[in-house]
Design a protein around this ligand. Sequence first.
Ligand code: IPD
Length: 290
Amino acid sequence: MSHGLSVGELEELERLAVEVASEAGQLIVEQRPAGLGVEKTKSSATDVVTVMDQRAQDLIRARLRAARPDDGFLGEEEGGAAATSEVTWVVDPIDGTVNYLYGIPAYAVSVAAVVGDPTTPGQWQPVVGAVVDPVGGVLFRARLGGGAWSSAGDRAAVRLAVTEQSELSQALVGTGFGYEASVRRWQALVLLRVLGEIRDIRRFGSAALDLCHVATGTLDAYFERGLNPWDLAAAWLVVTEAGGQVTGLGGGAPGSAMVVAAAPSLLPSLHTVLSDAVSAADADTGPGQP
Ligand code: IPD
């Protein structure tokens, strides 16, 4: 997807993404209430949104609006804005909210600058991404054409590269599950078929971190149905700038129907197994499957 942003502008967007994601990361860790309250529910009782989620998004949004008032905004929490520039910020203030609620240290702040319409699969693309793991103290960042990098504390940044795994039977694969019971049943049916074809499965509970694990080579691949643009936007670019590919099922654009991320050497065999598994799960669940 073409864009009119110069390298200098992309660098500026990257600096801003890193700054606001880091600030929000600090906020959610330092001010995480001891007896963390559940503010409201979304699609089901297990989909927990905390007060901190909204506060972190408000902070990010205010910083972005002050720095770039013409940009659009799409966040997981309430309040979006259309762009008059070509940039839209796509933000998940806490990816891994259930982990956050339970105090499991695998959640992240995800901030991406994208071009195109992030609500329509195939019509948008991230140009900058920052994912902050505030408990681990790790930052993952990427800029289109600038590589993917991780850094922790004062240590020098490390350039990321996906694994060279090409044997699906040896691949460690991440996935996640949605909040709706019907979606989870379908996902379990898919997983049943995939499990026999791979080394093993991991479910950490934060799609943004799962994707960054693919970029670092900690996971060989990742797939999930039901992701929203904000779960995906920043880490998608981290994976592709690390040499990986992020697609939908069968190679189209990633979207809520399916996100598959892996090294190019692994993707074809993973697609084949996943396509078969999806067809079987669709047949099992019948019409109205998620
Ligand atoms: C969720 C997490 C989880 C994934 C779900 C997402 P949230 O995001 O990324 O790992 O399996 O599909 O919705 O709700 O914690 O921002």
